[in-house]
Design a protein. Sequence first.
Length: 657
Amino acid sequence: MPEAIAKANSLITHAQQPIKSKRSTIIMNPDKSTHKTNEAIAEAHELATNAGHAQFMPLHMAAAMASDRNGIFQQAIANAGGGEEAANSAERVFNQALKKLPSQTPLPDEIPASSTLIKAIRRAQSLHKSRGDTHLAVDQLTLGLVEDSQVGDLLKEAGVGGVEEADKLDPVIGRDEEIQRVIRILSRRTKNNPVLIGEPDVGKIAVLEGLAQRIVRGDVPSNLEYEVEDAEGKVILFIDEIHLVLGAGRTEGSMDAANLFKPMIAGGQLRCIGVTTLEEYRNYVEKDSAFERRFQQVYVAGPSVEDTISILRGLKRGIRRPSRCTDEACANVRVQLDSQPEEIDKLERRRIQLEIEFHALEKEQDKASKARLTEVKKELDELRDKLPPLIMKYRKEKERIDELRRLKQKLHQRVVGQDQAVNAIAEAVLRSRAGLGKLQQPTGLFLFLGSTGVGKTELAKALSEQLFDDEKLLIRIDMSKYMKQHSVAQLIGAPPGLTDGQGRTVDFTNTVIVLTLNLGAEYLLKGLTGKCTMERAREMVMQEHFKPELLNWLDEIVMFDPLSHEQLRKAARLQLKDVANRLAERGIALAVTEATLDVILAESYDHVEKNGVLVNAATGQKSDILIQIPNASRNDASQPVKKIKIEEVDEDDEMEG
């Protein structure tokens, strides 16, 4: 064996003769290699000689080292993914490749080392020198071999590779646009450091995993591949929570980590990818303009329901067995049911973090830990008080899907008459909630057309209560304040507009927009008196005041008919019921006679201009109002009832009084 080792090393040492470049010369001294390394070289050389091959190649080294069951090469293949089965597969693939090489007869006395083997040995020696080792070890020889193109291709054929090729990274789905943007930024000559910005848990790290997978597959521009090869794989620095480097390590009179990075990033010595959230980026990174301008922003948004379904479908192979997730038909419903509003999701995550910290602090006995335990317990109690109402409200919103089927009946309970308007609104909302509406558009955009006091605003309030569980969620904007062109900026902001101070874009996809109009009452009066149809009256109003470009955006133009006497009576009762409810909170019971309603309606009725029934009804006519004022507690039903008669008081009587 010593003679074989010396012969093999001698061949490698003199292999520089057929290579013209002086840099290809390599000196292989057996005294500078470990015993295991010399044995591996001797076995590989003997394998090449016995097979009669023309050259001593890296393939011989790989086959010889893979045959050693206890060797480092076998262990490295097993650890890369696949275990012992992968190592056996690699040995089999190497031996099959050796059989395909041409052989010589008779066997040659000496076999020269190939240029690829010399390069592999040179890579190993370079690594050996960089580490400062005294002898060339087998692990360094292994690293030099696996970078050989032929050995690398055979390892891939055997199903062995890096982390990405061993399926330890999940497939990245639906992030092609973000990955392509990162690749374009990295391929630039200047300002080639991307920073991924997005809310927590939207998939920023997944973008980097997708980039790593593409680099392994070679699905990146050639200049980026050359960067990786020239830097021996050490090319891109990834910093999670990059805002933390601002101020990190700073003491009085010294620089922080960010100031140390700036010259290296600006000079191209350091390629960096940062990750942070939008809030932290604005609070920390933007304040340091010199640090910010060295990075190019890449915004990462959260996946939609459709993207989430695609992600689950792509991950099905890995999660099917433990999770028994096989039914794709219910995946869409499942995702929507399990999805929670952002506010609840943040509180839930915070609660879990605090519970973990609470259990860890319980085991500590020092004063600081006990003080922190008290703070954590207090915050946990606050979260437990805050979460249940939000969860109940969210569940109620999910149950509202069934209630939407009864939307017409709910609206009719509050809005008197206006059957056509209520039906049009209810059908438009149901179409949108069923997924038949316009994508990336509001739930509905309606124009309510009618004279004053026919129920336009009341229908908007009723709709807000039914859809969003609170009438106060109705935002009412008086457009008379925005008649001048420059005043619109107060509503939508300066160009590009519709973006708040934190860079968040306004989203109208879950809103209902209602425009109310009481112009053209004279046209509506013609339709009411039979001089023309109501449809023609509506057309005249639209043509008089609006352009077709605006009208084409509307989902529905809803006509509100004037109310009949009976409908006005019912509306008056609803208004008085609201007043009675407010008085009941003060312990006062209100009852109104039929004669009072007749007087109110008689004095407030007008086809063209009819304001609120109760507002303009105070004409001073005699009305009988029964007011029950308890003298004791509110729950005492035995209290006497007092009658008060309100009468009109003439100005002459007031002067005399």
